[in-house]
Write a protein that binds this ligand. Structure first.
Ligand SMILES: N[C@@H](Cc1ccccc1)C(=O)O
Length: 515
C-alpha cells in the first residue's frame, strides 16, 4: 500500500505540489486566484501537517469598488457625463433636454453641480447650459479604473477620498506564500491512523506510513455539564443564611413520624393536612419507634416531651386549654414522607432546649435547612408531589413580631426583593402567622413568596424551652424563585421523574449563568 495516494488527481493539494515543483515560493493569490480562502487553507494545512510544505500568511487590504463606482468606471463620473452630453449638443441644452440626454435624473443633478464647480460648463444668455471647455480629464473615473484593476492605488489620499465618498470599501484579504517542506514530494502518501489486525495478517504494517500524533489538534468541544438551576439558587440562599449567622441543620431523613411532622408542631390529629389526600404514609414499616427510643446516647428527655405533647393536645397545658380530644399514640407513630422541613426545625429546637449557654439557659440560635418535602398533590405545571423548602428559625429572648417583619425585609432584600407585604395567616404551630407577599412587576400583582410566624408556646414549652424565649420561623419554596429567575414556566422541567437534563443546555438563561 506504500506510495498509494489518498487524493484523486486534480485535487487542490496535489495541484499545489505540482505548482511548487515548477516554481518556489508560490503566492496563492497568483497561483489560485479564484479559489476560496478556506479551501486553500485546508489543503495547505493537510500538506503542512505532513511537512510537505510550509507557508506564511499574508494579510493585505484591498480596495473594492461599490456598485456606484462600478458604473462610474464603466460610463464616467456624473460630471463627465453631463459635460459629454453638453459637448456633443452644439447649441447647448435646457435642463430637461440635458436630463434626457444623460438619461438619469440624479446623475444629471449631481453632475451638473460638480461640472459647474470645475468650470466645465456654464449657462448662456439664452438660459441654456453649454460646455465651456473642449476637453476634460475625468480623474475620478481614471482612479476607479486603476483600482478595479489593481485593487489598490499608489496615492493613499486618493483611497481615503474615494472611501469618504463611499465609492470604494477596504477589505482584508488573506493569502499565502508557500514553500516546499522537508518532505516535499509530488504525491501525498497515504497515512494510516490505526494499526489493525488486517495489517498484521497481510504484512502491510511493514511498509505502511503512519500518521504522526498531532498534539496541537483541538479536541471536539466537551460537554462540561452545568449545575442544575435549583442547585444554583440553593447555593445563593445558603450564602445569605451563612452571612446572617445561621447554622445548617442536617436534613438527611425524608421519612418522619407523625410526632415530629405534626404532633410536636401542635397540629391536631384530625387536621386536614394529615389526611391521606395531603400526606404520603409509609406502608412498610408502618410505625416508628417512640422518640424516646430514637437514640440511646441522646440524653434528652423524650419521655417527658412526649407526655407534654400529649397533654397539650388532649387536656391543655402551659396555660393553653388544648384541643380537647383523645390523643392517639398510634397516630403519632405513623410514618410519613415529611410534608415540611419544619419537622427538622422542631427536632433541632428540642435539642436547643437541652443546651446551656453561659447563663445556664438555652443560648440564642439561628438554624436553616434547604431540602425536599413531599405532598400528595395533583400534579400540574406548577405543582408536583415534591418540592424543596427553604426554612429558617431564629430563637432568642425578647423577640417581637416587628422584629420578624424587619428580618424578612433584610432577608429578602439580600435577594433583591423589596416592598414586602404581610398578611395575617394561620398555621397550627405559629401565632401570629404571616404570609409574605411581594409585588411582581412582570405579573403586575402581589405574589406569595413565603409563610412565617412565631411558634406557639404550646410547642416550645413542651420541649422545655424557657417561657421568655421566642422563636421565629419561616419557609418558602426553592422552586418558585428559581422558576422566576430562569423564566421556567413548567415545574416538571426542574424536578420530578421525567427531568430532561438537556433543558439546561437549551435554556440560555441557565446555560449562560456561570455562577
Ligand atoms: N411549614 C410552613 C412554613 C413555616 C415554617 C415555620 C414557621 C411558619 C411557617 C410551610 O410549609 O409553608
Amino acid at each position: 500500500m506504500a506510495g498509494a495516494t489518498d487524493a484523486p488527481s486534480g485535487d487542490l493539494a496535489t495541484e499545489i505540489l505540482a505548482a511548487l515543483d515548477k516554481q518556489e515560493p508560490i503566492l496563492s493569490a497568483q497561483a489560485f486566484p479564484t479559489l476560496k480562502f478556506a479551501e486553500v487553507k485546508s489543503a495547505l494545512d493537510r500538506l503542512a501537517s505532513r511537512s510537505m510544505v510550509t507557508y506564511e500568511t499574508i494579510e493585505k487590504e484591498e480596495a473594492i469598488l461599490e456598485p456606484e463606482a462600478q458604473t462610474i468606471a464603466a460610463n464616467g463620473s456624473h460630471e463627465a457625463r453631463v459635460f459629454e452630453a453638453l459637448r456633443t449638443a452644439m447649441d447647448g441644452l435646457t435642463v430637461q433636454e440635458l436630463e434626457s440626454a444623460v438619461g438619469d435624473r440624479s446623475v444629471t443633478k449631481i453632475g451638473q453641480g460638480k461640472a459647474f464647480k470645475e468650470k466645465w460648463i456654464s449657462k448662456g444668455k439664452d438660459g441654456k447650459l453649454k460646455a465651456s471647455v473642449d476637453l476634460i480629464q475625468d480623474i475620478t473615473r481614471e482612479h476607479l479604473k486603476l483600482i478595479q484593476e489593481k485593487q489598490t492605488h499608489p496615492d493613499s489620499k486618493v483611497l481615503a477620498d474615494l472611501k469618504k465618498r463611499k465609492l470604494i470599501k477596504m477589505q482584508k484579504v488573506i493569502s499565502f506564500k508557500i514553500h516546499k517542506g522537508e518532505k516535499f514530494a509530488l504525491e501525498i502518501t497515504k497515512e494510516e491512523t490505526d494499526l489493525t489486525g488486517d495489517m498484521f495478517a497481510s504484512g502491510a504494517w511493514k511498509t505502511s506510513t503512519f500518521k504522526p500524533y498531532n498534539f496541537k489538534a483541538q479536541g471536539s468541544a466537551a460537554n462540561a455539564g452545568a449545575l442544575h438551576p435549583l442547585n444554583k439558587v440553593r447555593h445563593a440562599f445558603r450564602q445569605i443564611f451563612f452571612e446572617m449567622g445561621f447554622q445548617e441543620m442536617p436534613t438527611n431523613r425524608f421519612v418522619e413520624s407523625g410526632f415530629w411532622n405534626f404532633d410536636a408542631l401542635f397540629v391536631p390529629q384530625q387536621h386536614p393536612a394529615r389526611d391521606l389526600q395531603d400526606t404520603f404514609y409509609i406502608s412498610d414499616p408502618k410505625a416508628a419507634l417512640p422518640p424516646a427510643a430514637e437514640s440511646a446516647e441522646d440524653k434528652a428527655d423524650y419521655k417527658e416531651y412526649w407526655e407534654n405533647v400529649k397533654q397539650v393536645h388532649q387536656d391543655g397545658k402551659f396555660g393553653s386549654i388544648g384541643y380537647r380530644y383523645p390523643w392517639s399514640a398510634q397516630e403519632s407513630l405513623k410514618l410519613v414522607l415529611r410534608t415540611h422541613t419544619t419537622a427538622i426545625s422542631t427536632a433541632m429546637l428540642h435539642k436547643l432546649a437541652q443546651m446551656k449557654g453561659p447563663d445556664g439557659r438555652p443560648p440564642p440560635a439561628r438554624y436553616f435547612s434547604i431540602d425536599r418535602v413531599f405532598r400528595n398533590e395533583s400534579v400540574d405545571a406548577t405543582h408536583l408531589a415534591e418540592f424543596h423548602q427553604v426554612e429558617g428559625v431564629i430563637a432568642d429572648y425578647g423577640l417581637t413580631l416587628g422584629g420578624l417583619m424587619e428580618f424578612m425585609q433584610i432577608f429578602f432584600g439580600k435577594m433583591g426583593i423589596y416592598d414586602l407585604k404581610f398578611k395575617p395567616a394561620y398555621n397550627p404551630y405559629t401565632e401570629p402567622s404571616m404570609e409574605i407577599f411581594s409585588f411582581h412587576k412582570g405579573l403586575n400583582k402581589l405574589v406569595e413568596i413565603g409563610n412565617s410566624g412565631m411558634f406557639r408556646p404550646e410547642m416550645l414549652e413542651s420541649m422545655g424551652l424557657p417561657k421568655d424565649m421566642s422563636v421565629y420561623g419561616w419557609g418558602l419554596s426553592l422552586e418558585r424563585p428559581t422558576m422566576i429567575k430562569y423564566g421556567i414556566s413548567n415545574i416538571r422541567e426542574l424536578l420530578g421523574h421525567k427531568v430532561d437534563l438537556g433543558f439546561i443546555e437549551r435554556n440560555p438563561a441557565v446555560r449562560l449563568d456561570k455562577n
